[in-house]
Write a protein that binds this ligand. Structure first.
Ligand SMILES: Nc1ncnc2c1ncn2[C@@H]1O[C@H](COP(=O)(O)OP(=O)(O)OP(=O)(O)O)[C@@H](O)[C@H]1O
Length: 501
């Protein structure tokens, strides 16, 4: 009773989301995350320790079917960061061990969003701050986690009247790119995949084979052979691809949700950014933004799923259990993290423990019938708060040694052709006038100019040859070094008795 009164008072001071539009780089309405982003943007994100995952919890309203089944809400959100979960199980009057136990569980998160929060508010308080860092070459992931029908797809995808995190993020990303286009060159590509029954499928090329996940030393975890659609200019273009891909996504009606996602869906947007004035050597920032709508965990007893739906459910639960185990391992900082236990956790490896800035949105149902699921989601979300990632800017140096020189030579050649065409004037005659002599003089200058250009072409060619020679010499040098180290290790293995004659 006392606890209930306290929570009521506490809720009077509930957090109000500021109506003022926050700037992209301002960070979410949370001091900690905002400060961390500042460090990241200054390029110091490689500092030991890294950043904590930003964890937000979103509770939806009771659904009509939950109300008609006599469901009541057991979730209270306070102060924009606290979630109070009421245990609906009644305690028997003679259960003396539990009589004085509080029936409330209290959790604190970076953000806690109540049922009145629209997707735009969720986006502004959780994800918006990631955009500048993606443009600067950092990896970022936003994923929705929770039981079936908790509201993950509603949060990530939304619907035309209320776009979800994916569209809102893409809109801001493209408008930020447009703001910076005068000084920087951008290339934006996207891919869309699903993990269904432990198989990875390209949703933009549904007739392709199942794909493999690989760990690339430069790109991190990636999917071999996934199609990347390039030349994208607007969020709407990506959303069109997403809707096309979504038609290929596996969703079915289940006992718990009429449009239940039976697969985990991953939308990845790659942003390549470089200076417009870049010369022979360019530094390209490679940012990758992953937005993930996970399939929801479900209890077979509650969903009444049979046959294929039950197998899917088992696979979904298996991969979510693997995700839960990874979260537990990472939050307790044990040495071994079982990423390999499922495809989804392999894909999420960078987002959970690697080079990435990560936001987890844990969706919960407020209905007392879903108490166990909600409790589990809150427990995992609470553990995930301790996970640290180390985001570093991905910069590759593109050395245009050969390709750029060839391009320059091509340009010079076409210039020479143009000059030659202009030079195609009649030969000079002895009885020429002053005007004609002037023309002859300018023809001479043009000729010299052309020779100059030809000389430049020769020099560029020589540079290419030199680059090749240097490369060959380096290969020979490394062969020689391998030989020397083999000789030295052989010498150590046989000891000082080996004599060379
Ligand atoms: N914040 C919300 N406001 C209003 N309705 C919501 C909200 N979140 C979810 N819903 C409704 O709840 C139902 C289930 O939501 P949704 O399909 O997003 O759940 P899910 O977690 O993606 O489920 P699954 O894992 O089975 O795919 C839908 O009818 C959706 O419209």
């Amino acid at each position: 009773m006392l606890a209930a009164a306290f929570s009521h008072r506490f809720c009077q001071e509930r957090h109000r989301f500021p109506s003022k539009v926050r700037s992209l780089s301002e960070g979410p309405a949370d001091g900690r995350a905002s400060r961390e982003l500042g460090e990241e943007e200054e390029g110091s994100s490689s500092k030991p320790g890294g950043h904590n995952i930003l964890v937000a919890v979103r509770s939806r309203a009771l659904l009509p079917q939950e109300r008609s089944a006599g469901g009541h809400a057991i979730i209270t959100i306070c102060n924009g960061t606290t979630v109070i979960l009421e245990d609906p199980h009644t305690t028997a009057a003679d259960d003396y061990l539990r009589l004085n136990k509080s029936k409330e569980r209290r959790y604190h998160f970076d953000q806690a969003l109540e049922e009145t929060a629209q997707n735009l508010e969720v986006y502004e308080r959780t994800t918006r701050f990631l955009i500048p860092s993606v443009i600067q070459g950092f990896n970022a992931t936003v994923f929705a986690y929770g039981a079936t029908s908790a509201g993950k797809t509603h949060t990530m995808l939304g619907y035309p009247g209320e776009p979800g995190i994916m569209l809102l993020t893409l809109r801001d990303l493209f408008s930020e790119v447009a703001n910076q286009k005068s000084n920087l060159h951008f290339e934006i590509k996207c891919s869309f995949l699903e993990v269904y029954n432990e198989n990875v499928r390209d949703l933009l090329r549904p007739d392709s084979d199942f794909l493999d996940i690989r760990e690339d030393p430069v790109k991190g975890m990636c999917v071999a052979g996934i199609s990347e659609v390039g030349g994208l200019e607007s969020a709407e273009e990506i959303m069109a691809l997403l809707h096309q891909g979504n038609k290929n996504r596996t969703t079915e009606a289940t006992g718990a949700n009429v449009t239940s996602s039976r697969s985990h869906a991953v939308l990845q947007v790659m942003v390549h950014q470089r200076d417009k004035t870049a010369d022979i050597v360019a530094h390209v920032n490679l940012g990758k933004l992953s937005m993930i709508d996970l399939a929801g965990s479900e209890r077979a007893s509650q969903t009444n799923n049979k046959g294929m739906r039950m197998i899917e459910g088992a696979n979904i639960n298996r991969s979510l259990l693997a995700l839960g185990n990874c979260i537990t391992a990472l939050s307790s900082a044990v040495a071994f993290v079982p990423y390999r236990d499922s495809k989804m956790t392999r894909l999420l490896k960078d987002s959970l423990g690697g080079n990435c800035r990560t936001v987890m949105i844990a969706n919960v149902s407020p209905c007392h019938i879903n108490y166990e699921d909600t409790h589990n989601t809150l427990k995992y979300a609470n553990r995930a708060k301790n996970i640290k990632t180390k985001a570093v800017r991905n910069v590759v140096q593109v050395n245009y040694h050969v390709s750029k020189y060839t391009e320059i030579i091509k340009d010079l050649r076409s210039e020479i052709q143009e000059l030659k065409a202009k030079l195609a004037v009649p030969e000079a005659h002895p009885d020429m006038g002053e005007e004609e002599l002037d023309t002859k003089q300018s023809v001479k200058w043009k000729h010299e100019l052309m020779q100059n250009f030809e000389e430049r072409v020769r020099i560029k060619r020589r540079l290419i040859d030199l680059a090749h020679e240097t490369k060959n010499q380096m290969v020979q040098k490394s062969h020689a070094q391998v030989g020397i180290s083999q000789w030295e290790s052989g010498r150590q293995a046989f000891g000082p008795s080996v004599r060379f004659t």
